[in-house]
Design a protein around this ligand. Structure first.
Ligand SMILES: Nc1ncnc2c1ncn2[C@@H]1O[C@H](COP(=O)(O)OP(=O)(O)OP(=O)(O)O)[C@@H](O)[C@H]1O
Length: 257
C-alpha cells in the first residue's frame, strides 16, 4: 500500500510542532524518519495513525482516507508499534498477540484455527515461541517490544508505522526486529535514532528539524556529514563500515573530528 500524508500541521498551545509536512511511502518501501529529540517525529507519526488529530492535512493509504475512516477499517490495513507500550492489566504473551486479530473479527466472534495459526507464525517470526504462557507484565522492556511487534504482525497489516521500534532492544535484537519488519515486505514508515540502522534498512529517508522536513532522499543523499551536523549539532564523519559494508558514522562534539 502507498501512504500519502500531505500538509500535516500540529500545534500544541501556541507552538507549531509539525509545520506543513508531507511524506510519501511508495508500495513496499521502507522509509525512515530521523531527527533530534523533540523535532516532531512522534507527533507527525501520531497524526498519521490517528492517535491525535492534526490541525491540517490529509492521510491516505492507497484510496483509504485514514483520518476520515473508522478505527476498525484503518486497523485492518495499518499496524502501529508505538514508543511506549505500558499496560495496566495482565495478559499472557499468547493472549496479547491474539489481540492483533481483533480488527478482523466481528464483536464477540471467537478465535478460529486460522487465528491460532497466524499467532503462531507471528510468535515464530519474533522468536517468542517459548514465551507464549509468560505474563506480559513480567517481561523485560525488550521482550515487551517484541511482543508488541508480534501482535502487530498478527494483525496482518498492509502498512506499518513504527516509532523508535528498537527502543529497549540490545544490538542483536535491534537487527532482528528491523530485519523481521523488512522481511514482511510491506510499506513501512519508521522513526529511527540509529543512523547506521537507518542507512542499512531504509530505501528513503526524511530528516526532520524543528517540525519541518530538512532533507529527504536515499540514505546516501541524506546521511551526509553536513546534514547530520545541521540536524544534531555535532561533528560527524561518514565512512564505509568494514563489517557491514554500509555507511558508518563517527561522531564527536567538536575538536579533532
Ligand atoms: N501533548 C503535548 N503537549 C504539548 N507539547 C507536546 C505534546 N506532545 C509533544 N509535545 C512537544 O512537541 C515536541 C515534539 O515532540 P515529539 O515527541 O513529536 O518529538 P520526537 O521528535 O518524537 O522526539 P524523540 O526523538 O525525543 O522521541 C516536543 O517539544 C514535545 O515536548
Amino acid at each position: 500500500m502507498k501512504l500519502t500524508a500531505q500538509n500535516i500541521a500540529v500545534t500544541f498551545g501556541k507552538k507549531d510542532i509539525v509545520k506543513n509536512i508531507s511524506v510519501i511511502v511508495k508500495k513496499k518501501q521502507f522509509v525512515g524518519l530521523i531527527g533530534p529529540n523533540g523535532c516532531g517525529k512522534s507527533t507527525l507519526l501520531k497524526s498519521i495513525y490517528k492517535s491525535l488529530t492534526p490541525k491540517q492535512g490529509t492521510v491516505f493509504l492507497d484510496d483509504l482516507n485514514v483520518l476520515k475512516s473508522p478505527e476498525k477499517k484503518v486497523s485492518q490495513q495499518l499496524g502501529v508499534v508505538g514508543q511506549f507500550n505500558e499496560m495496566h492489566f495482565d495478559l499472557s504473551v499468547h493472549q496479547m498477540v491474539m489481540l492483533g486479530r481483533t480488527p478482523h473479527k466481528k464483536m464477540l466472534e471467537s478465535d478460529t484455527g486460522k487465528d491460532y495459526e497466524i499467532v503462531e507464525e507471528a510468535l515464530a517470526r519474533t522468536n517468542l515461541q517459548s514465551y507464549k504462557e509468560r505474563s506480559f507484565l513480567s517481561l523485560s522492556g525488550g521482550e515487551k517490544q517484541r511482543v508488541i511487534l508480534a501482535r502487530t504482525i498478527a494483525q496482518q497489516p498492509k502498512f506499518m508505522i513504527l516509532d523508535e521500534p528498537t527502543n529497549h532492544l540490545d544490538i542483536r535484537y535491534q537487527i532482528e526486529i528491523l530485519s523481521c519488519v523488512k522481511e514482511l515486505n510491506i510499506g513501512v514508515l519508521a522513526a529511527l535514532h540509529d543512523l547506521e540502522m537507518a542507512a542499512h534498512y531504509c530505501d528513503y529517508i526524511y530528516a526532520v528539524k524543528n517540525g519541518e522536513i530538512y532533507a529527504h532522499g536515499t540514505p546516501t543523499e541524506v546521511l551526509t556529514p553536513d546534514t547530520i551536523e545541521a540536524l544534531y549539532q555535532i561533528k560527524c564523519q561518514t565512512y564505509i563500515n568494514p563489517v557491514t559494508n554500509g555507511l558508518g558514522f563517527a561522531y564527536g562534539l567538536g575538536g579533532s573530528l
